[in-house]
Design a protein. Structure first.
Length: 325
């Protein structure tokens, strides 16, 4: 059968050809990874410039015998500065003072923070105002907090502590004026008291966050089974708060190990209160021994990194527990 073409019928046209659809070109995996990380590069460069470069310079200086008042006699001594730091009696004494100061402040702050968090976890009138007032000490500048304790509380002539003692003595008929010098008689305890006052709110916030994440169904089931308040706290609340207490202790230890303000402001490192940061300051700015001070600073940074590693593990475990819920 043949098809005849007439003038009225148009000639048959071939179907339009379709161009092959090409898949979208995606950048290779490595290029895509760098594209996603590009916005973070300025912050990374700034962090390296501010933290890592000074630490690298400190590490280099710690390898030299560098006396600032005689810079021409500078010479490379390797790791001898680290040996001098570890064998120096004053440095070993500051290590012991740092350990005692850190352990005392962290433990006391944790206990007080736990007690305050348990009280603030209850509903009562004015709870928001009380929380704000209890958090306020942590927001004060450390130097200002140390000056507050040194002059407003510890001063033997017009301090609040001596004023309270004399007022209580007048109530019981004491006529003799009591003016103990708190800083001279108990210097390390004076520094510890100011730090405990400032760090208890931080511990309280961490423990309070742990209490508010505790499932209420478990508490209700325990009360229905006849468990008392102490039993609930010992067998349920305290095990739940263990990771939060560990986190608060580790973060507090990182800060207290490096704390300088209260020691410098309240006692100026005298009377056996010189910790590692103050000893490094004295070695660097007073004795002008740049190499020894840099070696001691490197050791403090290494110790802080070790503590921070445990803190990061605790944080990651807390996040994994919250995600699993």
């Amino acid at each position: 059968m043949t098809v005849q073409l007439t003038a009225e019928s148009p000639p048959p046209t071939a179907p339009p050809s379709r161009a092959p659809v090409r898949p979208a070109v995606r950048p290779p995996g490595r290029l895509r990874a760098w594209a996603t990380r590009a916005p973070l590069l300025p912050a990374l460069v700034f962090l390296i410039a501010v933290t890592q470069l000074p630490f690298a310079v400190t590490l280099v200086i710690s390898l030299f015998d560098w006396y600032a008042l005689d810079p021409d006699a500078r010479e490379f001594t390797g790791l001898s500065n680290y040996g001098s730091v570890l064998s120096d009696p004053a440095m070993r004494s500051s290590v012991v003072t740092t350990a005692v100061l850190t352990a005392t402040v962290v433990l006391a702050s944790l206990v007080l923070g736990l007690v305050l968090a348990l009280l603030l976890n209850r509903s009562f009138r004015g709870r928001g105002l009380v929380r704000t007032m209890l958090i306020a000490p942590f927001l004060i500048v450390p130097v200002a907090a140390a000056l507050l304790w040194k002059h407003a509380l510890f001063n033997p002539e017009y301090g609040l502590f001596n004023g309270a003692l004399n007022w209580l003595g007048s109530l019981v008929g004491m006529e003799e004026v009591v003016q103990p010098d708190w800083i001279s008689e108990m210097p390390l305890l004076a520094v510890e008291a100011s730090l405990v006052w400032q760090w208890t709110p931080f511990m309280m916030l961490i423990v309070l966050a742990g209490l508010q994440s505790f499932p209420t169904e478990t508490l209700e089931a325990a009360r229905l089974d006849g468990a008392g308040g102490w039993q609930i706290f010992r067998h349920l609340t305290l095990p739940h708060l263990r990771r939060y207490l560990e986190l608060g202790g580790l973060l507090g230890s990182i800060y207290i190990v490096q704390h300088f303000d209260a020691v410098f402001t309240i006692t100026a490192g005298s009377l056996g209160t010189a910790n590692l940061p103050y000893t490094i300051y004295h070695t660097f700015y007073r004795a002008h021994e740049y190499g020894l001070a840099s070696a001691a600073g490197v050791l403090v940074v290494i110790g802080s990194i070790v503590i921070a590693t445990f803190a990061l593990r605790v944080v990651s475990s807390l996040f994994s527990e919250e995600v699993s819920r």
